[in-house]
Structures are given as structure tokens and as C-alpha cells.
Ligand binder design. Sequence first.
Ligand code: NDP
Length: 478
Amino acid sequence: MSSLHQNLINGSWVAGAGVNLNKNPSDLADVVGEFAQADAGHAQTAIEAASAAFPKWANSSVQERADILDRAGSAILARKEELGKLLAREEGKTLPEAIGEAARAGYIFKFFAGEAVRIEGEKLASVRPGVEVEITREPIGVVGIITPWNFPIAIPAWKIAPALAYGNCVVVKPADLVPGCAWALASILHDAGIPPGVFNLVMGRGSVVGEAIVGSPDVAGISFTGSVSTGRAIAARAIEQGKKIQLEMGGKNPMVVLDDADMNIAVGACVNGAFFSTGQRCTASSRLIVTQGIHDRFVAALRERMGALKVDHALKQGTEIGPVVDQTQLDQDLAYLDIGRNEGAKVTGGDILGRETEGYYLQPALFTDTHNAMRINREEIFGPVASVIRVKDYGEALAVANDTPFGLSSGICTTSLKHASHFKRHAQAGMVMVNLPTAGVDYHVPFGGRKGSSYGSREQGRYAAEFYTTVKTAYTLP
Ligand code: NDP
């Protein structure tokens, strides 16, 4: 039997135009697997299959959809250790983080299994006598899903599950760097009985497969997570064609630490938010905004905790920080370390580390003596790198927190109810955290941001219905 992991198109496993070797960033000698590379023609075939399957799936019983999603969710949960290991191998998250992400994907499928049977409408009296008005939700059609490398199973899951639950057909293109988890998800959905064409996986480059999906007139909507530049380019093309679009992009998330913060909670939240998952989270805390009364003690405590962080192979027991995902991302992280130094910031950490196996190991880095106008505080670095910005008081902290082109997640560590309440109200972000890391969110509530971080309606929870359905208003004179 071939070891090639193939594309899933119209219910069949299909080889591609080439082969992609998926490598382990903790150990470059470890090849996770061989994955087919689709081309634009494969994408087109998948879109045609999805279009052909749509009328039947859109009108399928909600019980059928719920059962398939529930079976997929159960299979993911039953296999979370194996999927977590695969995720840790291909992306470099530590094994506990990776198993947690796999479990989250399972719960997402189960949540949307429930949502499928809870699709709601409204019935109102008309302003015209005798007329009835009904508002119903219908699927939008074929949805193109384009996902990044940093959450290889959770992000595909939180887009695919609602798309299917609400009756859409799907063509998904995972990040070429990490096709393994998306392939495993496709095989689970296939085994769970998803009808041919309803769900299609096409693996390959964004510039080839992604472009073909975005450019197809038969795709009604695109849900994308990734970088700001790619997201904006996709949106411009999609909007030109009248497609529905949902973008989840970067962050430059602030974590405010006030003088009255509990030091253990603050240091714990900042270490987790800034460095766990190697800092490769759009919700990572990259700007630590600290008031002057606690600044020096906080920086000392944070440096001490950082010095004890275990950076090693993602599968090794006790590892707290895995490797950076690849050479390109490592180069980006190192470039920003130089940018910060040249801007006059002081840096602790940030060295390349040697380990038993060859991988992209980077020591977590902390910039101090920074101000909010520096590039390191305005642009997403996407690595284990955070900056401390010293401020006078809460008022300045809030102003600095909001002074950013992004608005995804925003946090505060304080024991003051007054400041916590004020911050929750005035933080210009889609998600606000009090005494919790900026990263780490629940799967049953909305996820998304403001300003440059997001575009379109929210993902996850029942708010996902906004993107994956279109509303119809029907008038009847009985
Ligand atoms: P990209 O935005 O380039 O990639 C995200 C997805 O879009 C991938 O599947 C990619 O395919 C695809 N894609 C790329 N170009 C196109 C295109 N023209 N048309 C359609 N799809 C396309 O991000 P990267 O993964 O390259 O990461 C670059 C930077 O983006 C990171 O360093 C980080 O700063 C940021 N990023 C932010 C994330 C977030 O959640 N905020 C997540 C990931 C990255 P391909 O497989 O070819 O890469």
C-alpha cells in the first residue's frame, strides 16, 4: 500500500501533481509523512463535486448531519493521543498542548452536531393585516476553507464543523507545512459517512490551490485564517466576485499588569500567553504593559521564570516550549530580534539552542525598555518573543493597549474590580481576559477581533451561523 496521503475529492482518495514531505521541526531527520500536492485542476474538480453535492446536502435531515458530526467528534476524542502526537510532530507544539488541541477539535464537532438540530428561525406578525413573516436560515453553498499552520486541527475543525452543520459543502486547503492533521480529519469524516462531494480536502500551495478556490465563481464563501497580507489579498478578490468572506488574521495583543496584580498570576499569565505554543498564536501576549510601581519586580520575576522554561523536542516529557515551526518563521523571529535591538530595546534570551536532534529551537526572548511606537510593538512577530512597555498608571496602560492596528485579544492582571470592569468595557478587542492569558479560549463562544485582526462575522459558538448561513425572509397571506 502506498504511504502517500492523498487528497479527498468527491469521496475518493486522489493522488496529486506532486508530493510534499512533511517534516518534524523538533527533528529534521523525522519525516512525518508524504502528502499529495494538488494543483488547480484538482481544486476545480473538488469544487465541482461540492457544487453537485450541495442541493442534496442542503436539504438533508438535520439528524443525518448531526449524526455524522457526532461520529466524527467521538472518533477524534477517542484518538486524541494519536492525533496529538501527529500534531506535535508536524507543528512542534508540546504533546500536552497538542493533545489538548485535538480534544478541542473533537468537542467542536460534537458542539456543532448539536447546533445542526438547533438551527433557529423566527416568525413575526406582518405590519400588513393577515400576512405572516418567517425568517429562516439557509446554507450559503460551497465554502472554501483556507487554514494556517499554527493550529493544524483546531482551526480546520472550527471552520469545517459549522459549515457542514448548517448544510454547506466544503473544499478545504490546509497549510502546506502541516497537512497531516487535516488529512486525519478528512479520513475521520470519510469514515463517519460524509457523502461524496460534501467534504473535499485538497492539499497544496496557497498560490496554486488557494488561488483556484478563491478565484472560482462556484465558491460562495471563503473562511480564511492566516497573515494580514494574504487575508487582505484574498478578501479583495473575493469581494470583487461577491463572495462572502470571513478573515481571522494577526494580533499584537496587550497584557496589562497593574501595581495591584497578584504577581504569581501575572507572571503565569504572561509566560503562558507570550511563550507557550512557542508564541505562535494569533492571541499571544506580545506587549506586556506594566505600571511603574510593579515594573522592576515583575520583570525580575518574569526573567526568572523564563530562565527555567524547558525548550526541547515537542514529544519529550517535561518540554514546555517546542521548536519554531520552520526555518522561514525562525528567520522572521531572528529578524525581529535584530529590529528590536536596532530600535534601542534591551533583549534577554533569543539565542538559537542546540538539542539532541536538529530542530528550530529558539530561547524565549524578552525585550525591555521599549515604547509602543517601535516596530516590535506594532507588527506581529509570531514567535516566542514579547516586549515590556513601562507605563505610569492604568489610564496610560489602557491607552497603550488600544494603540495598535490590531484588536484580537486584550488582557489585564489586577485585583481591582474597578479597573477590571473598566478594562472589559473599554479594551478595543474582540476578546478580553482578566487575570488570564490572552491566549486560550473556549470552543462554544465567539472568537474573533476588531480592527486589522478580523473581517466579517465571528467564528465559533452559535455566532458561526452568521457566516455559514444566509437569512431568508418569507411573507405569506394564508
Ligand atoms: P499565510 O497567510 O501566507 O498562509 C495562510 C494560508 O493561506 C495557508 O494555507 C497558505 O497556503 C494560504 N495562502 C497563501 N497564499 C495564498 C493565496 N494567494 N491564495 C489563497 N491562499 C493562500 O501565512 P503563513 O502560513 O505563510 O505565515 C506567515 C505569517 O503569517 C506568520 O509568520 C505569521 O506572522 C502570520 N500568521 C498568522 C496567523 C494567525 O493566526 N494570526 C496564523 C498563521 C500565520 P500555504 O500552504 O502555501 O502556506
